[in-house]
Design a protein around this ligand. Structure first.
Ligand code: HEM
Length: 661
């Protein structure tokens, strides 16, 4: 057996041993069976965490293999090299293992939920019921379907673009279980689900990437130094992501710091924190020593340390799965339906003071805002350090956009938007109109293309080449077509509010994240086509942009009117369940919401008109200067100017003749 296979097996063994220790330490290995209460038995008690661990490890492996193929190993003009193509094929098998483990998780989760043994539940009724009616069952079924799709598509993928698409799909496939978990066992279930999702995403890239890199080194495969250098930058960001999301997961599950040493759950977390700090030290040592050795052609130290690091990481994953099976310390929350739905108590009657003071931390969009601000600032900083200029207006515009995003998703507005339809509509309008206008005027793509260095190797794809590839792709040509961008921007609003989708989006945390992200992205797409300052595949002439704006705005007004005329309560499964006792009636908030949708459109229209006018004027100026320069260079004068002067001369002569001079 090769050294790489031995180390991989040792990694799996470390994960299983850590899981067993964690289950014993967390008190889940030998629970007290209470006579008369249903017990699914030992097979299910261990089958569930083991299948969960297999699911996590297969998911991490699939992400790691695709990451290595698409982004870490150099490619030749987008075509994968031999090792990279091998990794994509290996991802096809790990994805299949992922699907199998997820299916087993459905079986064991069903047995655990019903307190039945596996043979007892393997009749159609339980399993189908679980897989289709419970959010957890649906989430696991999605993982089965998505990972089977990844397994199939990986078979034929030979380009870096296809591998990158599969990587994005694999990252999405990680999300349904954590995002649909309704952790009623948490003081703040939105924070609990968002933090766990970000935790798993960072872990998949970090642990998956490192594991494949370690095996690449152990198998003495080529271009290790390039892949390791690229991974090292990413690993630092992932390490910060794992730590931050881990701490937020903790905050969402514990009610006091003392829980860390007074509860079994807390002590398992402490063990993970110790592992996290150790892994940080290993990462620092790589940056201090082994990466430099590797670049100097001495891979030995890197290979040994990466192998050990992989074992520690997989052991921590095993511990984490045991942690997820361990009940967090008890806490008391208001038992009312509103708290259950909102994740926070029903707020007091709305006032401006409450909107400004009762901020509600939404980790997902806080992370989005931080990433937007951080990446843009890093780009401007890099240009500045290089002595290149970047228009201050664009930077200011970008940060106004980020600020409005924070206000819409973190201030009291976000809290009341969950309770009152009209406030929800204000949040919707800010996210789909105001934030995008300021973001697209910030010129993020132009900044990225100027700040990022070209790939070191000819024909290879670094971040800068990936941006140009995406910009010139068929996908962006289609999606940025004015008709498509308008249809998405306008049509999706009608589809969301006049179908059951809206209620689903309000009730489910995942639905709420998707709805809010859609507002943002569809708005950015629409306004990028109209007033974006970046290079794009479908740039309309200014008249065309005005037309696009004027064709769209009436639809928004009509949407507002349609809302005002709906006499029935929208999303009753949400608003009626909340049982709000203060303020206007549900239908009245809809009428107000309709009026807001109708009236709010004026603000962006004005902003866009201003932007188009300024861009048009500047463009004219630029063209005039270019024509002058050209005329000056060719000394041929300006044919346009010349013909105009000739026309004036003719007029002058005619004048003189008419006056008989
Ligand atoms: C600062 C350090 C860390 C903290 C505070 C932390 C905390 C947490 C918490 C609270 C959970 C949720 C468990 C539950 O569902 O109740 C979790 C899940 C998880 N953590 Fe961490 N973690 C940390 C570092 C790590 C590291 C270093 C790894 C792996 C290398 C890791 C792997 C995982 C995995 C895989 C899960 C999901 C388990 C599952 O649901 O299957 N964590 N973590």
């Amino acid at each position: 057996m090769s050294r790489a296979a031995r180390v991989a097996l040792a990694g799996l063994a470390a994960a299983v041993v850590a899981l067993v220790i964690g289950m014993i330490w967390g008190g889940r290995a030998f629970p007290r069976i209470i006579p008369g209460l249903p017990d699914a038995g030992v097979v299910v008690r261990w089958g569930l965490p083991v299948s969960k661990l297999a699911m996590d490890v297969a998911g991490l492996a699939t992400v790691g293999l695709l990451l290595m193929a698409a982004l870490l190993l150099p490619n030749d003009k987008g075509v994968l090299g031999k090792p990279a193509a091998e990794y994509v094929r290996a991802a096809s098998w790990s994805a299949l293992a992922w699907a199998g483990a997820a299916f087993l998780s459905i079986v064991f989760t069903t047995a655990d939920a019903w307190g039945r043994t596996v043979p007892q539940i393997l009749n159609r009724e339980y399993l189908i019921g679980q897989a289709t009616d419970t959010t957890q069952g649906v989430a696991l079924t999605l993982v089965v379907l998505f990972s089977v799709a990844i397994a199939l598509f990986s078979r034929g993928a030979i380009t870096a673009g296809a591998a990158a698409g599969l990587l994005a799909f694999a990252l999405v496939t990680l999300l349904p279980p954590p995002l649909t978990g309704h952790l009623s066992s948490s003081p703040n279930h939105d924070l609990a689900t968002s933090s766990l999702s970000l935790h798993l995403l960072s872990i998949a890239l970090w642990v998956g990437g490192l594991a494949v890199l370690a095996l690449h080194a152990l198998r003495k495969q080529p271009q290790l130094e390039v892949a390791a250098a690229r991974f090292s930058t990413m690993a630092l960001v992932c390490y910060a992501g794992v730590g931050l999301s881990g701490v937020f997961s903790l905050v969402a599950r514990l009610t006091a710091v003392s829980d860390l040493w007074t509860s079994q759950y807390g002590m398992l977390v402490v063990a993970k924190i110790v592992a996290f700090v150790l892994l940080g030290y290993v990462g620092w040592w790589h940056r201090q020593r082994t990466l430099a050795d590797l670049q100097a052609g001495k891979p030995r130290a890197f290979t040994r340390l990466a192998g050990g690091e992989m074992l520690l990481m997989l052991a921590t994953v095993g511990l984490a799965v045991a942690l997820a099976r361990t009940p967090p310390p008890q806490f008391t929350v208001p038992g009312d339906r509103a708290y259950d739905l909102l994740g926070f108590p029903m707020p007091p009657p709305i006032t401006l003071g409450n909107v400004l003071s009762m901020w509600w931390f939404d980790l997902f969009f806080a992370a989005v805002a931080a990433a937007l601000a951080g990446l843009y600032a890093a780009g401007v900083w890099r240009l500045w350090r290089r002595g290149d200029k970047w228009p201050v207006g664009r930077t200011v515009s970008w940060f106004i956009g980020v600020l409005v995003l924070v206000l819409a998703t973190q201030s009291g507005l976000a809290r009341y938007a969950k309770v009152l339809f009209d406030v929800h509509m204000i949040e919707h309008m800010m996210l789909s109109m105001i934030v995008p206008i300021f973001l697209v005027l910030g010129g993020p793509v132009t900044l990225a293309l100027r700040a990022l260095k070209p790939a070191a190797r000819r024909g290879d794809r670094g971040p800068r080449e990936w941006i140009t590839t995406i910009l010139h792709s068929r996908f962006s040509k289609v999606i940025t077509h004015p008709a498509i961008a308008t249809a998405i921007f306008v049509g999706s609003t009608y589809v969301l509010y006049f179908t059951p989708l809206f209620e689903k989006a309000m009730v489910e945390h995942l639905g709420h994240i998707v709805m809010t992200s859609h507002f943002l992205l569809s708005g950015c797409l629409f306004f990028w086509v109209i007033i974006g300052v970046d290079p794009g595949p479908n740039r309309l002439p200014y008249v065309g942009r005005l037309l696009m704006l004027f064709v769209t705005m009436p639809f928004h007004a009509f949407f507002g009117v349609a809302l005002m005329m709906t006499g029935t309560v929208m999303a009753p499964g949400w608003y009626e369940q909340l049982g709000r006792t203060w303020g206007p009636s549900l239908v009245q908030t809809q009428i107000d919401g309709g009026a807001i949708a109708w009236g709010f459109g004026e603000i962006p229209t004005l902003l866009v008109l201003l932007a188009i006018a300024m861009q048009w004027y500047r463009d004219d100026e630029r063209q005039a200067r270019r024509a002058d320069r050209k005329a000056a260079r060719s000394g041929a004068g300006d044919p346009e100017l010349d013909s105009y002067n000739a026309y004036l001369a003719r007029l002058n002569r005619k004048d003189k003749v008419d006056k008989g001079e």
